[in-house]
Design a protein around this ligand. Structure first.
Ligand SMILES: O=C(O)CCC(=O)C(=O)O
Ligand SMILES: [Fe+2]
Length: 381
């Protein structure tokens, strides 16, 4: 099936000269205008004039010691971290098209050949463009990932060891190739299972707006059992309605991540991301180790206390919390002991506070984005 410039023409297989051209010069309709305004949004207006106090921190690079001591719970951009990755100089949408035209990648609910997706990127007027988000890309493209000979890219040293590596092949989905046109991106969410992430831009540039875990993000409503997040359906709709208010909040952090740069998303942070131009990114979720072990305890509490919201594990893994604790006990017994102690301490504090303010257990849960359960390919982190 070829992409023909619009969903209607594609489904009906119409040639471009057969597309209905209706004279709308006398039509005045809010219902029709809103999606039109959203799909013609000027992103520059939202991504520019970032207040100085909101600006995300930028460094050339960090050592693991610096990261672990100070930065595991803060967003930042590194400008000189992924320069040695072969993909950083080799990949463009055109170079991928030349090599992988017939490879099918997952774009939300569909698997499309890369050639077809490129046609779609060039010619679509969607308010929320279909986003290529594929977690099997390394296998599909025959890439090596890691510090071995011939690798395409690897995990930057500054983020240190990833404690989910103790899970081996049983770890939840953790790396994605992300490709999309201008205006594509991700609406507000927290990353799965209490993990942190990095997101490296290979081509294009992304505008990020982020809030710490306990912030009330304007226009983003979380259900009392924390399993559902309701927000405007499209990024453009959120930007048009809530961006100005969000920017005024003291907790707001924003910035642009350009090609050749990598951004750190700390565990539990809310983020909305939009591509300012067509582009390619690689992302990976991980569990960092720091002296406080705070984020290890966050992941342990998430797996233990929100089993219905745990996502990305294969269906064969029936007890993610049990598996993670068993593996940690074997390989990092002290980390496990201290992180569990901390998880209990935080839990106890929360209970005391909830009793003091008269909230019941159900409402007292923290909030998080729900990704559903299971090993399906179409989950977006
Ligand atoms: O590049 C993006 O659209 C952001 C992706 C993201 O937030 C994620 O992978 O969790
Ligand atoms: Fe994310």
């Amino acid at each position: 099936m070829d992409w023909r410039g619009s969903w209607r023409s594609t489904v009906l297989q119409l040639d471009s000269d057969k597309e209905a051209k209706v004279d709308c010069s006398n039509v005045f309709s809010d219902v029709l205008h809103r999606p039109f305004a959203c799909s013609n949004i000027e992103l520059e207006k939202f991504a520019s004039k970032i207040p100085k106090m909101n600006q995300i921190r930028r460094f050339e690079n960090l050592t693991y010691e610096e990261y672990a001591e100070k930065w595991t719970e803060q967003p930042f951009v590194l400008t000189k971290c992924i320069q040695d990755w072969p993909v950083n100089s080799e990949w463009t949408i055109d170079s991928l098209l030349a090599k992988y035209a017939d490879v099918e990648f997952r774009a939300e609910a569909v698997d499309w050949k890369f050639s077809q997706y490129c046609e779609y990127m060039k010619r679509n007027r969607d308010e929320s463009p279909l986003y290529l988000f594929d977690r099997k890309f390394a296998e599909k493209m025959g890439l090596k990932v890691g510090h071995m000979e011939g690798a395409a890219y690897w995990r930057p040293d500054c983020f240190g060891p990833d404690l989910f590596e103790v899970l081996g092949d049983e770890r939840p989905a953790h790396r994605w190739l992300i490709i999309g046109p201008e205006r594509s991106g991700s609406t507000f969410h927290k990353d799965p299972n209490g993990t942190s992430a990095w997101n490296a831009v290979i081509q294009g540039s992304k505008y990020w707006i982020m809030f710490p875990p306990t912030a009330q993000v304007p226009g983003v409503y979380v259900s009392s059992d924390s399993s559902e997040v309701t927000s405007p359906l499209s990024i453009a709709e959120w930007l048009l309605t809530f961006h100005a208010e969000a920017r005024q909040m003291p907790e707001c952090v924003e910035g642009i991540c350009n090609a050749g740069e990598i951004l750190h998303v700390p565990s539990g942070w809310w983020h909305l991301v939009v591509n300012l131009e067509k582009g390619i990114a690689l992302t990976q979720n991980f569990v960092p180790q720091s002296p406080s072990l705070n984020l290890v305890s966050e992941v342990l509490s998430f797996l233990r206390d929100k089993p219905d919201q745990v996502s990305g594990f294969s269906r064969d893994v029936e007890d993610p919390f049990g598996l993670f604790t068993a593996r940690l006990k074997h390989e990092y017994p002290e980390v496990l002991e201290k992180a569990l102690e901390l998880a209990d301490k935080k839990n106890g504090k929360k209970r005391k506070w909830d009793t003091a303010v008269g909230r019941d257990e159900e409402q007292a849960e923290g909030f998080s984005f729900s990704f559903g359960f299971g090993g399906d390919d179409d989950e977006i982190p």
